[in-house]
Design a binder for this molecule. Structure first.
Ligand code: GLN
Length: 497
C-alpha cells in the first residue's frame, strides 16, 4: 500500500471502510511521521499516542463486528490546543494553563469522536490565539514546512503545518480574525472559517466570544468540507449557536470540483486593491481570477467603503472581549499559581501568577482592552468600534445583493522570516487585513491555495453570506480543480523521515 500519510482524508476513509487498511495502521503511520519530522516542524504541543491507538483499535473492532462506521472513521485529526479535550493537556500555548487537563470535551471534539476520527494530539498556536505567526506560543514557534526559517502563520500555525508536513490529513483550527485562513494561505493548505454560530464554541477557550469560530483545516477542499460537515450544527450548550441545518458543504465542494461556475458572480472588493499586497501575491490572485472566468464565472467590482476601518475596529473589539474573558485566569481555578506561600494576599498571588503566566502579546491585549472598556473611554473606543462593525456588516449585505461571493487574496504577503514582524505589533496585525472584515460580519470564508510567489504558497479567499457556507466551498473547489494542490518541496524534512 502506498504511503497513507500522503493521502486525503476521503481516500483514507475509503480504505478503512473497505478494509484495505486498518485504522491502527493509519494511526501508526502518522505517529511515525510525527516522530520523524516534528522535532523540526514543532506542529504539536502534545502527541496523544495512547489515545490515538485506542481510538483506532475501536474503529477496527467496530468494522470487524460489521457495525456502522462514522463518516470519517479511522481518519487522524490534529486539534488546536485552544480546544478542550478530556484528560488531554490543553494549554492554549500559555504558561498559565501548563499541565491543565480538562474534565470534559468540547462539543466539536465530541463530534469528532462520534465520527470515528482518531485524534493524534494538540497543535501549537500563538498564546490564547493572539497572533499571526505562532511566534507568540509560550512553548516555542512552529516552523513552516515550506521553509523552516519562516512562520507557518497564526494563530493556528501548528494545525496548518501538521497538514503541510504530512503529519495529519485533517486538523481543527479557530478563527477570530483569520487564524484558520492565514495559516492555510502561508502553508499551501485549505482553511475554512464557518459562519459564526455554525460551529459550537462550547469547550473553546474564549478569546473574543463574538468572533471566535472553530473550523476545518485540510489539504483539499473536499476534505475540509467533510470535516466541516462533521463538526458543524446546532449545539444547545452554546447560546450563540445557530439552530438551523448546516448547508450541504460536501455536495457543494463536489459540484465545484466539476469545474463549472456558469452563472456564478464573484465580487472583487475595490477597497482591497489599494492596500499593497506583495506583487507576487497579486499576480497569483489575478491568474486565479482568470482561471475562474474560464470556468464560467462572472467578475464584478464591488465597493465596501468601511472595510478600511476593519482592522482598527477589530483591535478594539477583540482585546476588549479578551480582557474580560481572560479575567478567569487568576491562579485559583486552573493551571499555574505563583507566590502562594501563605503570607501573600489573594491579589498579590493573582498578580504574580499573571505576571509569570501571560506572555507579552496577551498582556498588551489585556491592557488595551481594559482601557477601551473603561468608563469615560467606552463610547469613544469600544462603542465606536461596534458602530463600525455595523457599517461593515451593511457593506457585506449590500455587496451580496450584487454578487454570490466576494474574493480576495487571503493575506497581503507570503510566509515571512521569523522575527521580521515581532518588534512592531502593527506589522503583525496587517497579516489579517483581508480576513478580519468577515469575522466582524460573521459570514463564512475559506482560503484555498492558488499559486506560488517566490516559491512560497499564496492563498485565495472566498467570502460568502452567513449560512451560505456551501457557496464558498463550490468556488474554492472549482479553483482547486483548475490550479491543482500545492505540496512543499521535498525539503530537509524528507531526509529525516
Ligand atoms: N491575528 C489575529 C489576532 O492576533 C487573529 C487571531 C485569531 O484569529 N485567533 O488577533
Amino acid at each position: 500500500m502506498s504511503d497513507v500519510t500522503r493521502m486525503t482524508a476521503a481516500q483514507i476513509a475509503g480504505l478503512i471502510s473497505s478494509g484495505e487498511a486498518s485504522a491502527v495502521e493509519v494511526a501508526t503511520a502518522h505517529l511515525a511521521r510525527i516522530d520523524a519530522v516534528d522535532e523540526r516542524v514543532h506542529a504539536f504541543l502534545h502527541v496523544d499516542r495512547e489515545g490515538a491507538l485506542e481510538a483506532a483499535r475501536k474503529v477496527d473492532e467496530q468494522r470487524s463486528k460489521g457495525e456502522a462506521l462514522g463518516p470519517l472513521a479511522g481518519v487522524p485529526v490534529a486539534v488546536k490546543d485552544v480546544i478542550a479535550t478530556k484528560g488531554v493537556p490543553t494549554t492554549a500555548a500559555s504558561k498559565i494553563l501548563e499541565g491543565w487537563k480538562p474534565p470534559y470535551d468540547a462539543t466539536i471534539v465530541e463530534r469528532l469522536r462520534g465520527a470515528g476520527t482518531v485524534m493524534l494530539g494538540k497543535t501549537n498556536m500563538d498564546e490564547f490565539a493572539m497572533g499571526s505567526s505562532t511566534e507568540y506560543s509560550a512553548y516555542g514557534a512552529t516552523n513552516n514546512p515550506w521553509d523552516l526559517g519562516r512562520i507557518p502563520g497564526g494563530s493556528g500555525g501548528g494545525s496548518a503545518a501538521s497538514l503541510a508536513a504530512y503529519e495529519a490529513p485533517l486538523a481543527i483550527g479557530t478563527d477570530t480574525g483569520g487564524s484558520i485562513r492565514q495559516p492555510g494561505a502561508v502553508t499551501g493548505t485549505v482553511g475554512a472559517k464557518p459562519t459564526y454560530g455554525g460551529t459550537s464554541r462550547y469547550g473553546l477557550i474564549a478569546f473574543s466570544s463574538s468572533l471566535d469560530t472553530p473550523g476545518p483545516c485540510a489539504r483539499t477542499v473536499e476534505d475540509a468540507a467533510l470535516l466541516h460537515s462533521v463538526i458543524a450544527g446546532h449545539d444547545v450548550r452554546d447560546s450563540t449557536s445557530i439552530p438551523q441545518a448546516v448547508p450541504d458543504v460536501v455536495a457543494a465542494a463536489r459540484l465545484g470540483a466539476t469545474g463549472d461556475l456558469t452563472g456564478v458572480k464573484l465580487g472583487i472588493v475595490k477597497e482591497f486593491a489599494g492596500e499593497g499586497a506583495e506583487p507576487g501575491v497579486m499576480a497569483a490572485f489575478r491568474e486565479s481570477v482568470e482561471a475562474l472566468v474560464k470556468l464560467g464565472a462572472e467578475v464584478v467590482e464591488v465597493s465596501c467603503p468601511h472595510f478600511e476601518f476593519a482592522l482598527p475596529a477589530y483591535y478594539l473589539i477583540a482585546p476588549s472581549e479578551a480582557s474580560s474573558n481572560l479575567a478567569r485566569f487568576d491562579g485559583v481555578r486552573y493551571g499555574l499559581r505563583v507566590g502562594d506561600d501563605g503570607n501573600r494576599s489573594l491579589e498579590e498571588v493573582m498578580s504574580l501568577t499573571r505576571e509569570a503566566g501571560f506572555g507579552p502579546e496577551v498582556k498588551r491585549r489585556i491592557i488595551l482592552g481594559t482601557y477601551a472598556l473603561s468608563s469615560g473611554y467606552y463610547d469613544a473606543y469600544y462603542g465606536q468600534a461596534q458602530k463600525v462593525r455595523t457599517l461593515i456588516t451593511r457593506d457585506f449585505t449590500t455587496a451580496f445583493e450584487q454578487v454570490d461571493v466576494l474574493i480576495s487574496p487571503t493575506t497581503p504577503f507570503v510566509a515571512f522570516p521569523f522575527g521580521s514582524r515581532t518588534s512592531d505589533p502593527y506589522q503583525m496585525y496587517l497579516a489579517d487585513l483581508y480576513t478580519i472584515p468577515t469575522n466582524l460580519y460573521g459570514g463564512p470564508a475559506i482560503s484555498v491555495p492558488c499559486g506560488l510567489s517566490e516559491g512560497l504558497p499564496v492563498g485565495f479567499q472566498v467570502m460568502a453570506p452567513t449560512m451560505a457556507d456551501d457557496r464558498m466551498y463550490r468556488v474554492a473547489a472549482a479553483l482547486e480543480s483548475a490550479v491543482g494542490t500545492f505540496t512543499p518541496p521535498e525539503l530537509s524534512l524528507e531526509s529525516a523521515a
